[in-house]
Design a protein around this ligand. Sequence first.
Ligand SMILES: NC(=O)c1ccc[n+]([C@@H]2O[C@H](COP(=O)([O-])OP(=O)(O)OC[C@H]3O[C@@H](n4cnc5c(N)ncnc54)[C@H](OP(=O)(O)O)[C@@H]3O)[C@@H](O)[C@H]2O)c1
Length: 357
Amino acid sequence: MKSWGAVRAVCRPTRLSNPVTTSRFRSTRSIATAPRRFTLNTGASIPAIGFGTFQDPEAQEDAVSRALRAGLRLIDTAQVYHVEKQVGRGFRASGVPREDVFLGTKLWCNNYHPDDVEAALDRSLRDLDTPYVDLLMMHYPVTFRRGTDEFPRDARGKMLLGETTYLDTWRAMETLVAKGKVRAIGVSNFCKSELETLMRESSTVPAVHQMEVHPYLQQRSFNDWLLAQGIHVVQFSPLGNMNDFYRATGWSKEVSHMTRVIDQPALRALAAKYGKSVVQVVLAWGVGAGRSVIPKSTVDWQIRENVEADFALEPADVEIIEALDMQARFNDPSLDYQYRLYSDLEGTEGARDGKTH
Ligand SMILES: NC(=O)c1ccc[n+]([C@@H]2O[C@H](COP(=O)([O-])OP(=O)(O)OC[C@H]3O[C@@H](n4cnc5c(N)ncnc54)[C@H](OP(=O)(O)O)[C@@H]3O)[C@@H](O)[C@H]2O)c1
């Protein structure tokens, strides 16, 4: 981990020799190139295309195993997904060596008190069956009341917040790197001013910011700024509102019901032009911009299709995708969490009150 000031724009693409087999893939691309990777500000390399594990806990063991066997080498999980045991078992079943995989997890907001951080990580390591994670992130900048309740609420259902801040949590996370339990630390769902505070008040620049990015929420100036700070962006929900969660959750916004990316006409035309699926075009757009993408799927052909989503789009086609930006943020539990998330970013209008669970 380098100190603030020592890193600038270090997220550069690299290619390693680790080809994946493609014979049964739907796409027509014959693979001659190795999967693209980027270099973090720690010097570690992170794959461009990864695998998300939110939802479907009963299917995740098999899905993780299949994703690794299909060639994916970046697994994203989180304590609050309650799938870390399944991820650990799936990883073991895949037979892929630990050192070949970039494994990241996230602390949940009730574990943010500095005295709770290491014990929470230890539970993740136990469940994931690994001595270390490649990346530990704070899931959100908001701190909930410490304790075993992941969503601590008062009698009226209002979320109870903790007394420490994300800065206290971050300092506790920094110590875990020195102990070798964590290779890099990062954040998720932070806004620009929160990241500036973190960098001003601590000695570690986050290696990664995991945040919502897709054609309907492109956050171009924020992405440019993160790149300039040497903070690598991992796009969550890279397929936008494909995830039904955004239509079903208590704080679902009207905007979540907009046309799904796979039905978007301009994207469909691009998919036809390249002989790819719309999903592959959308993932290729993110990877081409220097970001990692972590689509979630439990469906075999979809997993294998997503592996094959790193190809170059012509600049004019990138412009077509850029024109689809609607600043449509689907993941915004601000009102439920009693904390204004994304305060200096795009797409916060239309946040709805309602419980996550
Ligand atoms: N940090 C955070 O706060 C945060 C928030 C949200 C997500 N995440 C992470 O990001 C990951 C991905 O985000 P997400 O799960 O919200 O959404 P997503 O990956 O953008 O979309 C998932 C949906 O797309 C479908 N899909 C995947 N590949 C497809 C393909 N090739 N063709 C057609 N459909 C396809 C999946 O289908 P099936 O369900 O049928 O497989 C699922 O319904 C999560 O799993 C999690 O690891 C992080």
